[in-house]
Design a protein around this ligand. Structure first.
Ligand code: AMP
Length: 415
C-alpha cells in the first residue's frame, strides 16, 4: 500500500516517526528538523480524516524509564507544529484505552518506546559472554513480538516514517508490521523520499559518479568505501583518513590522526580502485595546526611530510584544487563526511571548497545526495542547503542503504 492511495478517513494510524530531537538542559528542543521532517505524513493523515497515534524513541534509556528522555517534553512542540492539540500516553504499552477513544482528527503521542527493552529486543543487564545470554535473547525476542503486537493493537494501519532508525529491526520499526496485512501498512512520505533518493544514486546512476567520503576514520566507513569502489568513477577520500593512506606509504604525518591497524586496509582500497578503474583522489597537502584548536598556528605542508608537533587538520590549497576539479562535471554525487575539522572556522576551507563544488555541479545538472550528520552540518554552515539535490535525515541508515543492504524498516513494509 502507499500513503497516497490509502483512505485514512475513520481509521486510526499508528505512525513510527523519528522524534529523537536534541534537547537542552531545560528540556527545550534545540533543533526541530526531525519534527518538521515528519509533518507531511502526519498532516496528510489528519487532513484525510484519520486519527493519529505517534510513536518514537528518544536517546538511549536502555529499557528504563528516564524522565530526561520523556517525549512528554516535546508534546507541546508537536501540537504547535501540527496545529492541533496532542494527548500524551505516559506508558506506551498501556495506551489501549486512550487509543480506543481517539476520534478522527485527534492525536495521541506515546511515551518513549525505548523505556521498554522490548523495543530494541536486546536483553539488558546480562553480558554477551554469559552462558545464559542466548536464552535471555530468545526470551527477549518473544517479548519483543508481544510488545509489537500491543502497539499494533492500537490502530487500523501502520505507517513507517522513521528513516533514521530504519536500519534497526526494532519492535516499532519492523516487527510491528507483521501484525498488519499488506493493505494496511505503508511507508510515510519522508521514507518514500529517502528511499527514492538512494535509488537515484544506486540504480539511476548518471555518470560520472563521484563519491566524497571524509570524516575522521577509515574504519567506520570501510564497508561503504569498498562498496562504492564497485560503483563510482571517482572516489575522493578526505579528512582524517588521509593520514592512514599517507602512513601506509611510509609518509611522515606528524601528530595527525591515524589508524595504525588499518594501513593494510588503505593499501587494499588503493589496489581495488586500480583494478576497478576508479580514480582515487587523496589530498597532497594539508593545512596543519600545532594544536587541536581553532586558534592553532597554521602552516601548509605536503600531507606526507608533516613534522612532529603538527597535525593535518584540513585540505591544503593544492588538494582543494584537486577536489574541485574531480567534482566538476559530475552527474551523480554522494557526499558523506567533512574534509577537515570543519567545526573550527580556521580549518573549514577544504569542506567549504567541496560544498561549493557540489553546489556548482548540481547547478549544472548533477544529482547530489548529502548524508550523515557532519556533512549536513557543513552544508548548513556554508549556506548551501538549498543548492544541493537532497539532504538525507539518515546517518547509519543512509550508508547501509547505499551499501545495498535492504533496511529492515523498508523490508517490513515491502517484503
Ligand atoms: P565521522 O564521524 O567519522 O564522519 O567524522 C567527522 C569528524 O571528523 C568531524 O567532527 C571532523 O572534525 C573530524 N575530522 C575531519 N578531518 C579531520 C582531521 N584531519 N583530523 C581530525 N579530525 C578530523
Amino acid at each position: 500500500m502507499t500513503i497516497n492511495d490509502y483512505k485514512f478517513a475513520g481509521k486510526k494510524a499508528i505512525v513510527r516517526v523519528d522524534f529523537n530531537v536534541p534537547l537542552n538542559e531545560n528540556g527545550e528542543i534545540t533543533d526541530d528538523t526531525r519534527i518538521r521532517g515528519a509533518l507531511p505524513t502526519l498532516k496528510h493523515i489528519l487532513a484525510d480524516g484519520g486519527a493519529l497515534i505517534i510513536m518514537s524513541h528518544m536517546g538511549k534509556p536502555k529499557g528504563k524509564v528516564n524522565e530526561k528522555l520523556s517525549l512528554g517534553q516535546i508534546k507541546d512542540a508537536v501540537a504547535a507544529a501540527l496545529g492541533v492539540p496532542v494527548a500524551f500516553a505516559p506508558d506506551c504499552a498501556k495506551a489501549q484505552e486512550a487509543a480506543a477513544n481517539l476520534k478522527a482528527g485527534e492525536v495521541l503521542l506515546l511515551e518513549n518506546l525505548r523505556f521498554y527493552a522490548e523495543e530494541e529486543g536486546k536483553p539488558v543487564g546480562i553480558d554477551k559472554e554469559d552462558p545464559a545470554y542466548e536464552e535471555a535473547k530468545k526470551e527477549m525476542k518473544g517479548k519483543q513480538k508481544e510488545f509489537a503486537k500491543t502497539l499494533a493493537g492500537y490502530a487500523d494501519c501502520y505507517v513507517m516514517d522513521a528513516f533514521g532508525t530504519a536500519h534497526r529491526k526494532h519492535a516499532s520499526t519492523a516487527v510491528i508490521a507483521d501484525y498488519f496485512d499488506a493493505d494496511n501498512k505503508m511507508l510515510g512520505f519522508l521514507m518514500e523520499k529517502e528511499v527514492q533518493a538512494v535509488d537515484n544514486v544506486l540504480s539511476n546512476i548518471k555518470r560520472p559518479f563521484v563519491a566524497i567520503m571524509g570524516g575522521s576514520k577509515v574504519s567506520s566507513k570501510i564497508g561503504i568505501i569498498e562498496n562504492l569502489l564497485g560503483k563510482v568513477d571517482k572516489l575522493i577520500l578526505c579528512g582524517g583518513m588521509t593520514y592512514t593512506f599517507k602512513k601506509a606509504h611510509g609518509g611522515e604525518i606528524g601528530d595527525s590522526i591515524v589508524e595504525m591497524d588499518k594501513l593494510d586496509v588503505a593499501l587494499g582500497v588503493e589496489e581495488q580502485a586500480k583494478k576497478n578503474g576508479v580514480e582515487l583522489v587523496i589530498g597532497v597537502d594539508s593545512v596543519c595546526g600545532d594544536k587541536f584548536s581553532n586558534d592553532a598556528n597554521q602552516k601548509i605542508c605536503p600531507s606526507d611530510a608533516i613534522e612532529a608537533g603538527w597535525e593535518g587538520m584540513d585540505a591544503g590549497p593544492e588538494t582543494r584544487k584537486l577536489f574541485v576539479e574531480a567534482i566538476k562535471g559530475a552527474k551523480t554525487i554522494l557526499w558523506n563526511g567533512p574534509a577537515g575539522v570543519f567545526e573550527f572556522d580556521n580549518f573549514c576551507d577544504g569542506s567549504r571548497a567541496i560544498g561549493e563544488a557540489v553546489a556548482e555541479a548540481t547547478k549544472e545538472g548533477a544529482f547530489s545526495l548529502i548524508g550523515g550528520g557532519d556533512s549536513v552540518a557543513c552544508v548548513n554552515k556554508f549556506g548551501l542547503a538549498d543548492q544541493v539535490s537532497y539532504i538525507s535525515t539518515g546517518g547509519g541508515a543512509l550508508l547501509e542503504a547505499i551499501e545495498g543492504k535492504v533496511l529492515p524498516g523498508v523490508a517490513a513494509i515491502k517484503g
